[in-house]
Design a protein around this ligand. Structure first.
Ligand code: NAP
Length: 275
């Protein structure tokens, strides 16, 4: 039987280690026959990313810092040279300085705000712009977002504002690239213990809160997010663009904590960091 991504080539940006959401997506793409290129930010990461890439049959790794236009030019030129046209891009990149991820949101400095927006939002717009000249019609881009774009969550602060801008960018980019047959979507993942998540307050408490209160009464796995991104990147989603797909065990639909979890929730709330 033909695999879902057989004959398709694409780029995965944002694998830092085996816990990265981008890695969950990459594995699903590779299992379904896709040929992959990876970007990593710095020298130190190459050591961790190379064996992962090799395990899914890829030797194509490129250094790329999304804040540096020359580095982006170099990476996209190399992809064009080696792959020619590509079929998909995964953008799983975000960053905000630690000082901006606790205390009152309104205390964020101009510099930290700009950094968070630059790395977590503008980088995706830049990727979409570059996609025009490198993607086949029928191509698909996916970025990763979080519910903190819509509702206020402890310590998510400036990252929530950056994710709101990212989701709006998905809609605008979908309209720009749609006439070329290129789709643009976001996956809004429930909390997962990764390097980036560790930077936002107490991830363990967030995980337990989601487990206690989401409709499915559990958290999501990296593989489940990977499968959903695979769907959006594949032809199965050929008429879906400009969407934010929640992969969060249903957490975004609840309006109140689960009544059966009240005792567990009260106990958990005591452990949340105070402002
Ligand atoms: P992760 O493994 O730490 O991945 C974040 C990636 O962003 C890393 O590879 C990181 O590289 C990269 N990055 C940061 N600054 C960069 C730059 N200037 N240039 C190039 N790459 C840069 O964490 P993750 O949780 O999988 O995050 C992936 C995406 O999922 C992010 O957009 C995140 O907001 C989103 N998300 C995460 C969760 C969650 O609970 N984990 C939930 C919803 C959405 P370095 O390690 O070198 O900095």
């Amino acid at each position: 039987m033909t695999k879902l991504m057989e004959g398709k080539k694409g780029l995965v940006m944002g694998v830092a280690n085996e816990r990265s959401i981008a890695w969950g997506i990459a594995k699903n793409l590779a299992d379904n026959g896709a040929k992959l290129a990876f970007t990593y930010q710095g020298e130190a990461l190459e050591k961790r990313v190379r064996p992962l890439a090799q395990s899914v049959g890829s030797e194509f790794l490129l250094q790329c810092d999304v804040t540096d236009s020359a580095s982006m030019d170099k990476a996209f030129d190399a992809i064009k040279e080696k792959f020619g046209a590509i079929d998909f891009i995964v953008h799983a990149i975000a960053f905000a300085p630690k000082e901006a991820l606790h205390g009152a949101f309104i205390n964020v400095s101009r510099e930290d705000f700009a950094t968070a927006m630059n790395i977590s939002c503008f980088s995706f717009i830049d990727v979409c712009k570059r996609a025009q000249s490198i993607m086949n019609p029928g191509g698909s881009l996916v970025t990763l977002t979080y519910y903190g774009s819509e509702k206020v969550l402890p310590n998510y602060n400036v990252m929530g504002v950056a994710k709101a801008a990212l989701e709006a960018s998905v809609r605008y980019a979908a309209c720009d690239l749609g006439p070329m047959g290129i789709r643009v979507n976001a996956v809004s993942a429930g909390p997962i213990k990764t390097l980036a998540a560790a930077g936002v307050g107490d991830i363990n408490s967030m995980l337990r809160w989601n487990e206690n209160n989401s409709p499915l009464r559990r958290i999501v796995t990296q593989d489940e997010v990977g499968k959903s991104a695979l769907f959006l990147l594949s032809d199965l989603a050929s008429a879906i663009t400009g969407e934010v797909l929640y992969v969060d065990a249903g957490y975004n639909v609840i309006g109140m904590m689960a009544t059966e979890s009240v005792d567990k929730n009260l106990e958990l709330l005591q452990t949340f960091p105070k402002k």
